[in-house]
Design a binder for this molecule. Structure first.
Ligand code: HAM
Length: 449
């Protein structure tokens, strides 16, 4: 019986050469804007111990509760059976985000003690077992930056400005919304949590009008009630106590100074008190960048300050701030805006194109053609030769179709004299050249490869 055809797993996608043109563009803009602001690349493993994410993102975050790709560690056959909790604590999880790994690596490398000021960035796949939908995948790419070691609100402003710079470099205009908020300091959150609990308690007495997620969050993570997108819940959030009403002087001043710095950097931001972020490690500044036409899942970027995380990972108290940009929603927004314009990708397209095609006219010319192609590749040119053993005519046709600027033709006559026929495809000119003159000639043509 024929088996079903193989398919990529749900929520993942294959990126074929044509798709990678845009991805390479996003990647190079990411490298460029991060380096321009003094951030250095780090690469951490694609998977970590599960307990790292439980501790940093929080047991009650959606990511930890519902979205982790977790794999058990192998046990020896005769090892005692583990309880479910032990097995989980002992398992690995494919990273759902990059901040926890960066904080772990930062502590592990001894930065907290020796070189606390670090500016890092990363680019790579993340994994969340989400319901795949527009802009949301189970494997997706994030570009993120993390600045460790400064409590200054100037860092917050710089981080937000770097995120904006990424989008500006891609051609986005004023259609993006930068929304900022503050999660205050731990003492502020404790006071706010009590005030929220008092306000929301009546909504959970008897049969509640709140959605099932909110009902679970009331007990487990009350702040998350505020970012519920269900229309009735949004209505019921009206009038909820504001953190800013209970926030201490330092947190308030931090927020104000960050906003002033952003103004200096000409970034337009909107205060949005519903931004509480889904991960537990935040303190003070939180922000998101949205492309509103994408609807409920319109965030292209999320980030904020996490002054307690390094300590939570076992390091010294080290303030930190960062963001992550998702390529998936960014690609969707770009497509709607008909970006990037063709010229932005042209150099990438050109850099992939073959420059030279070596045509073998007869069967005896095939190996010499192949070795000529190899020699020219060593000189740095992108060179094709025929591997399908087709006629000389078919090869010439392919060279024309691929728009290769130079075709080198090797036939019995040329081989006998140690020559090659060089056809300049643009000028439609042909000349017979001694092979020893070839590299010099090609250098003159391509401008010294
Ligand atoms: P996050 O808000 O969970 O934050 O994710 C950041 C961005 O990643 C989102 O705005 C979205 O663009 C993208 N993203 C998240 N989940 C998916 C998905 N399933 N499919 C496609 N894209 C997705 C963080 O990850 C924090 N680590 C940000 C941060 C860095 N905070 C401080 N430093």
């Amino acid at each position: 019986m024929a088996s079903a055809p193989f398919q990529n797993p749900r929520g993942t996608r294959d990126q074929l050469p044509e798709d990678l043109l845009l991805i390479h563009h996003l990647e190079r803009v990411a490298h460029e804007v991060a380096s321009a602001a003094g951030y250095e690349e780090v690469r951490t493993p694609f998977f970590e111990e599960t307990r790292l994410f439980m501790r940093s993102l929080g047991d009650t975050s959606d990511v930890v509760e519902k979205e982790m790709f977790t794999v058990p560690r192998r046990q020896a056959d005769d090892a005692p059976e583990l309880s479910a909790a032990e097995a989980l604590a002992n398992s690995y999880t494919f990273r759902p985000e990059g901040t926890a790994s960066c904080a772990r690596a930062y502590v592990q490398a001894g930065c907290a003690a020796n070189a606390p000021a670090q500016k890092w960035y990363y680019l790579g796949p993340m994994f969340r077992y989400e319901r795949p939908q527009k802009g949301r995948e189970r494997q997706f790419t994030q570009f993120g930056i993390e600045a460790f070691g400064s409590q200054s609100p100037l860092v917050d402003a710089e981080v937000i400005a770097v995120a904006l710079r990424f989008f500006q470099r891609l051609g986005f205009g004023p259609e993006l919304e930068v929304r900022v908020n503050s999660m205050g300091d731990p003492a502020d959150r404790a006071a706010w949590s009590s005030a929220l609990r008092e306000f929301f308690a009546p909504q959970f007495e008897g049969v509640s009008e709140r959605c099932a997620d909110c009902q679970a969050r009331f007990e487990r993570n009350i702040f998350r009630l505020l970012d519920c997108k269900v229309p009735r819940c949004v209505e019921l959030n009206q009038g909820a106590p504001d953190l800013f009403a209970v926030m201490g002087e330092e947190g308030r001043e931090h927020h104000q100074r960050m906003c002033e710095a952003l103004q200096q950097l000409q970034a337009t931001v909107t205060e949005d008190r519903s931004i509480v972020r889904g991960l537990d490690y935040y303190s003070r500044t939180v922000f998101e960048i949205h492309y509103p036409p994408l609807g409920a899942r319109s965030a292209l970027c999320g980030g904020g300050r996490y002054d307690g995380l390094v300590e939570e990972m076992g390091g010294r108290h080290t303030p930190a701030m960062g963001f992550s940009i998702g390529f998936t929603p960014t690609e969707l927004a770009l497509a709607e805006l008909q970006l990037p314009v063709a010229e932005d990708l042209e150099d990438l397209r050109q850099a992939r194109k073959a420059q030279i095609y070596v045509v073998a006219m007869t069967a005896e010319d095939r190996l010499p053609a192949m070795s000529l192609a190899a020699q020219l590749r060593e000189q740095g040119w992108r060179v094709l030769s025929d591997l399908r053993e087709r006629s000389g005519k078919a090869q010439l046709k392919e060279a024309a179709k691929l728009d290769v600027p130079i075709t080198l033709i090797l036939g019995p006559d040329e081989r006998e004299k140690d020559h090659v026929k060089l056809r300049d495809m643009g000028a439609k000119e042909e000349q017979d050249l001694a092979q020893e003159k070839l590299v010099e000639h090609l250098r003159a043509f391509f401008g010294g490869a």
